[in-house]
Ligand binder design. Sequence first.
Ligand code: SAH
Ligand code: SF4
Ligand code: F3S
Length: 457
Amino acid sequence: MNIEKQREFIEKVKNMNVGKNLKYSIFTMGCQLNENDSEKLCGMLENMKYTKTDQISESDFIIFNTCCVRENAEDKLFGKLGEVKKIKEQKGTIIAICGCMMQEKHIVEKIKKSYPFVDILFGTHTLHKLPEDLYTVICEKTKLQDIIDIDGEVIEGLPIKRNDKIKASVTIMNGCNNFCSYCIVPYVRGRERSRNPEDIINEIEELAKQGYKEVTLLGQNVNSYKGNGNLGITKFSELLRAVNKIQGIERIRFVSPHPKDFSDDVIEAIRDCEKVCKIIHLPLQSGNTQILKKMNRKYTKEQYLELVDKMKAKIPGLSLSTDIIVGFPEETDENFEDTLDVVDKVHFEQVYMFIYSRRVGTPADTMQNQVPEPIKHVRFDKLKALVEKQIDENNKKYVGTTQKVLVEGKSKTNDKMLTGRTDSNKVVNFEGSEELIGNVVNLKIVSEHMWYLKGEL
Ligand code: SAH
Ligand code: SF4
Ligand code: F3S
């Protein structure tokens, strides 16, 4: 889609803002896709002569890019809105809210009723229209709502201000067609729409030129990526192979694939592409076949375990991470034991654990026999104990080995230390000179801690 019109609005707002030294704050909730969207929002704002600040009280523009995948993601927004009201009263700050929550009608109604001071509400399908919406609000001194239910087209060519200089995220597809029964994402992000291969490859080639070393390909279901055939790319495995050829890029990651679409060609591409990290995020959600059926995940416990075995057999040194939901409606203690059993068998490198959260409009929300909160917590703690035991055991295996670590920068907690990640995404801290930032170095692992390893050059 042509974004010429938005470029014109960027120019118009920029001309109004020149010389005013205006500041903006941005709050991003949710997944890496939202982070990547926020980088585009920042790109547009900086082109309109706003500079980023961490001091929310000095902001002339505040934007919230929201998530609604679980209730606690929503609560974060309402907590913050009370705070910005005062800032707006003092400074006339323009307040905008965008992202996934804005695609939920009941939330939009709640905001309009309880937080009427918010100036701009826009959704996931109108993200690129920030310049136009902002221009209208500034000029006409009105409030504005720009939310549509129709799937947005794939937008190319938006300015972008990236958070990092070594690792970059590249969205390869938007939306989801899977409708897992607990999940709100398909309703707020629309159907799957893949970017054209040439646009993706151009973006990554440009990143390589700028010195980026690692790319993460993003989508709600990356292995159902569909290319238009340009550059010979029609599917995810072909895209991986093409990205692997880009000079300068040293590491490739992707999130998230769906187990049901993990075909042999994808496994073989991961095996063959030396830059693709040999850690795969493979969301399990539940280890029990009946619960998986109710979740509409389209695989059984046995099929998941067979897939893991096949992947491990074909890809030497492979490790896995996963997402798990505890307390899905009707989950019994016995069902939950299957989840523990799969975790026990697979030995994940990392497990992201979630307590089931009811989402309005999803089939699971109206299922009978919702699991009581205290039981959900008991199960969560049980899973957490098992996972931590495994991580601890796994960390011990690293000690004494040599790991290739991409140096990402200085450690946030200790200025004298550098920090980076192994191929398997483990954080390693070590002493070294700043010139190493952006390089892959060999580190001997000397000690392990729950969430990081310590290394020596
Ligand atoms: N598309 C990705 C992830 C989307 S959301 C995938 O399928 O893997 C990220 C994770 O949030 C999901 O994997 C799931 O574990 C969790 N999640 C989604 N909806 C949830 C809900 N209603 N309650 C609790 N966790 C949820
Ligand atoms: Fe949600 Fe399932 Fe789609 Fe992932 S695959 S975004 S969990 S509906
Ligand atoms: Fe949240 Fe939207 Fe991502 S609901 S998890 S920000 S796609």
